[in-house]
Design a protein around this ligand. Sequence first.
Ligand code: ZN
Length: 86
Amino acid sequence: MKKKHTRQNEYCPLCGGLIEDRTIVHEERDAQGHLYIFENVPARVCDQCGEVWLPAATIDLLDEVIAKAKPKKTVETPVYDLAAQR
Ligand SMILES: [Zn+2]
């Protein structure tokens, strides 16, 4: 496996798995409940349990993008209420 840089290995505080740099699809909700989906988000992901950490700079960028950028596309999201399924 090729590494872009030589950072010391970090391990997951939850399961002890190796944490890797990956790009993920991230979902974010604002205070009004609007859902935003971000593609190609740089994140740190546990190889073992899949726990995701977003660097503070990435979180700031998400807010900035919502405020300023035009989305690539807008999708409809079906919402189901399991309490209504009997
Ligand atoms: Zn883990």
